[in-house]
Every structure is written in C-alpha cells, then in structure tokens.
Ligand binder design. Structure first.
Ligand SMILES: CC(C)(COP(=O)(O)OP(=O)(O)OC[C@H]1O[C@@H](n2cnc3c(N)ncnc32)[C@H](O)[C@@H]1OP(=O)(O)O)[C@@H](O)C(=O)NCCC(=O)NCCS
Length: 165
C-alpha cells in the first residue's frame, strides 16, 4: 500500500539515486545541468539538510518499503524589497516512471502544502522548464499559475547581437 512519510537521514542513498534520475530527465530541457552534482559534497549536504529538517523537508512516497517518489522543499523569506511573506518552494519532485498517473505526485504536493501552511507559508513556488509540458499541466491542474518568466539566450559569438550588428 502506498504510504507518504517524512524523509529521514537513512534515505540519503535512495534520494541521491532518485535525484540523479530527475536530473537526467531534466537535462532534456536544460543542458546546463551538472549530472555529477548529486554525488558532490554540495549535493550531499543539500539532501542531508532536507532529510534532517535542518533546512526544509523531504516527503517520500513508498510502496512495500520501496521508494517510488519524493519531494524536496524549503521555506524562503521574501526579498528585502517585497512585503514580508514566507514562500514554500518545491525544489525537486519526481515519481518513478512506472508509477506515474496514480496520483502519487499530487499526494506529495498535498503533504508539502499542508506542512508549508502549518509552518506559516503563504504561497507555493516551483521552477519548471518551459519545455516540460506535462509538468506544467500537472501544476496548473493543481492551482499553480505562471508568475515570473526567465528568458535565456545562448551567446554564440559573432552575429549573436539582437540588432545583427
Ligand atoms: C510531474 C510528476 C511528478 C507527476 O507525478 P504523478 O505521480 O504522475 O502525478 P499524478 O498521478 O498526481 O498526476 C499526473 C497527471 O498525468 C496524468 N497521467 C495519466 N497517466 C500518466 C502517466 N502514465 N504518466 C504521467 N502522467 C499520467 C494524470 O491523469 C494526471 O493528470 P492531471 O495532472 O491532469 O491531473 C511526474 O510525472 C514526474 O516525475 N515527472 C518527471 C519529473 C518532473 O517533471 N518533475 C517536475 C518538475 S519540477
């Protein structure tokens, strides 16, 4: 039976393995990703901070003791120039490809939202690659709306200037 529980330090190896899969998936949309980051010191410290709740939280979906999905998130204070407000950010969300469409991703978000609300957050945020259409549809169906848009342009040397000069 599917169970959603809080992550704990002993989940580090499985979270690392799943996050490597997420990065391989995301690389389809974002060629700047560093696939060796999950095993780097910075990557391991990031997971440990979420799994120990030192910063943020990890939610694990498991079935018969086997991890089938996870969500990592944290709380962010608003920028100095904004009204003071806590925002909860979904940093990583991934469901095993063989278990998608069963509502696991939706349940992970529900748990995160309840945790964030109890922690005083007023908004949820997530950054999604513009080309990740199925994730965008997934979030829109759950009440998320496009907020900021980040524009990107590779610099390719001569002739890259917008005016062509
Ligand atoms: C986005 C993601 C987390 C959703 O997880 P999930 O467990 O499939 O989510 P749910 O089952 O709650 O909902 C999936 C949606 O796709 C539909 N769906 C049906 N079959 C599906 C399948 N085989 N695969 C994916 N989605 C399917 C569901 O009906 C549902 O539709 P809705 O969003 O219109 O309600 C998952 O697809 C995933 O891990 N994607 C790759 C990583 C990613 O894009 N992460 C988010 C980027 S931040």
């Amino acid at each position: 039976m599917l169970n959603i529980r809080e992550g704990q330090p002993s989940d580090l190896a499985e979270i690392t393995r799943f996050d490597q899969q997420l990065m391989v998936f995301d690389q389809t949309f974002d060629p700047t990703l560093n696939l060796s980051w999950p095993l780097s010191q910075g990557g391991q410290e990031f997971y440990k901070a979420r799994l120990s709740r030192a910063e943020g939280i990890a939610w694990i979906a498991e079935d018969e003791g086997r991890m089938v999905g996870y969500l990592l998130g944290c709380l962010n204070q608003s920028a100095e120039y904004s009204r003071p407000e806590v925002t909860a950010e979904i940093e990583c969300l991934y469901v095993d490809p063989s278990r998608r469409g069963e509502g696991i991703g939706g349940r992970l978000i529900e748990r995160f939202e309840a945790w964030a609300q109890a922690a005083g957050a007023r908004r949820l945020r997530v950054t999604v690659s513009a080309a990740n259409r199925s994730a965008l549809r997934f979030y829109r169906r759950r009440g998320f709306r496009c907020f900021d848009v980040v524009l990107d342009k590779p610099i390719s040397g001569e002739g890259s200037r917008a005016d062509g000069g």
